[in-house]
Design a protein around this ligand. Structure first.
Ligand SMILES: Cc1cc2nc3c(=O)[nH]c(=O)nc-3n(C[C@H](O)[C@H](O)[C@H](O)COP(=O)(O)OP(=O)(O)OC[C@H]3O[C@@H](n4cnc5c(N)ncnc54)[C@H](O)[C@@H]3O)c2cc1C
Length: 383
């Protein structure tokens, strides 16, 4: 398998890296992380660079990019912090669901507005009693003429409160059928009357924020439904491989930054009259860290290449997601050790990587769920 980037892809990578270096400075990131501020300035730069057009067809203003282009962007945004990848990916993944399942009217209305930055998108599946078992959701949408009335609660919704956000909301629309079958997908502007969004206090991922959302007799027109009634579950599944492989690219980017920062520190910091990187214990730790990050990158690129070739590599994507997130959490923990007491101080970035990394083996399908998927592709029957 050849993982060489084409000249265009190298240019894309270099341009995104340069733009992120210019705007997502350490001071910018620290201020946004500490104060829980959404990175609107960086998002606008992505709009100006045309990054939101990448995966969409030309007829809606896009550039017909490939999965490989997406993972290149994913890794570059992730280098500055996993939350940046999150902001980009949330909008892209949900807008792709419109492309796959929306009406022509929805596509021509929403996709150009995603590309020009007028709107952004988030996803709400999880509920207090429906996490890994998302099909167990209870939030109800009941039809009333050409409207739906929504009642219920969602939990852990990333960036739901960002300006001009449209929540992609999965609701139960038929309680009489087995549970994953009676679910539909709706687009709900975040400021619709009856929607109450509350920011939760989290360990990390503080730029985008994690929210709980309450729906109290929320009325929404039927033309805000995406896909067929009761076919929300297949809508959600249809984007899962792309979401997980691009997310894995974000893990690789952020993990590489962890290693780079720990390495730079190990070369600089002297104890017992020599750089701590000259102690074999630290040097071997760094060698192991870089090896695991490289392995994560290879797994991610293997999965992305198969997808670019038209395959549906469920096992490879789950392996990239599993290994990438566990590596990110592991190297961030080791980075803390290498930087000693300084790592624990808020003015050093390692603590942010450590806090952000800890979420990644839980979100977008936990590590246990990835192992279940991998085991099932090996002929086992795990639930
Ligand atoms: C920072 C953050 C951001 C998030 N953003 C979003 C978002 O934008 N939108 C959204 O809808 N959700 C979001 N989530 C929710 C996330 O997807 C869920 O937390 C995740 O699906 C796990 O659900 P849970 O937390 O209820 O854990 P549970 O499902 O209760 O799992 C608890 C433990 O049991 C294990 N477990 C559960 N079932 C099995 C099984 N069958 N086999 C083996 N082990 C199992 C899990 O792996 C885990 O270790 C976010 C969560 C966090 C922390």
């Amino acid at each position: 398998m050849n993982f060489e980037l084409s000249q265009e892809q190298q240019l894309l990578r270099d341009n995104v890296r340069r733009m992120m270096d210019d705007i997502a400075t350490p001071e910018y990131i620290r201020e946004h992380d500490e104060n829980g501020l959404y990175p609107y300035g960086v998002y606008q730069q992505w709009v100006d660079m045309g990054l939101f057009g990448l995966p969409f067809p030309e007829q809606y203003g896009g550039y017909d990019g490939s999965v490989l282009d997406m993972v290149i962007i994913g890794e570059e945004l992730g280098r500055k912090g996993y939350d940046f990848l999150g902001a980009y990916a949330l909008t892209i993944f949900n807008a792709l669901n419109i492309l796959r399942h929306g009406t022509e009217q929805q596509k021509s209305h929403y996709i150009p507005r995603v590309i020009n930055g007028e709107i952004r998108m988030s996803i709400s599946m999880t509920e207090p009693d429906a996490g890994s078992d998302a099909g167990n959701m209870r939030t109800r949408a009941v039809r009333d003429g050409d409207e739906w009335v929504i009642n219920g609660q969602k939990l852990f919704s990333t960036a739901a409160d960002a300006k001009n956000n449209i929540i992609h909301l999965y609701c139960k629309t038929d309680t009489t059928v087995p549970y994953q079958q009676g679910i539909s997908l709706f687009m709900l502007p975040y400021d619709t009357p009856g929607v109450e969004i509350r920011r939760l206090n989290t360990l990390g991922r503080r730029m985008l924020g994690t929210n709980e959302i309450f729906f109290n007799d929320v009325r929404i027109k039927d033309d805000m439904r995406v896909g067929k009634v009761n076919e929300g579950w297949p809508c959600m599944l249809s984007g899962l491989l792309l979401e997980r492989v691009v997310t894995s690219a974000g893990y690789v980017g952020n993990s590489q930054t962890v290693v780079d920062q720990a390495l730079a520190y190990a070369k600089e910091r002297k104890q017992f009259n020599k750089p701590i990187g000259n102690f074999q214990a630290i040097a071997h730790l760094l060698a192991d860290m870089q090896t695991k990050v490289d392995a994560s990158r290879m797994l991610m690129l293997r999965a992305a290449s198969k997808m670019a070739a038209g395959e549906q590599p469920l096992r490879e994507v789950s392996q990239a997601k599993l290994f990438g997130s566990e590596t990110f959490a592991e190297v961030a923990n080791q980075g803390m050790q290498i930087m000693g007491g300084y790592s624990y101080m808020m003015e050093f970035d390692m603590q942010r990587h450590y806090r952000d990394a800890r979420s990644t083996t839980i979100t977008a399908g936990t590590s246990q769920m990835q192992r279940n998927i991998i085991a099932n592709t090996m002929g086992l029957k795990v639930k």
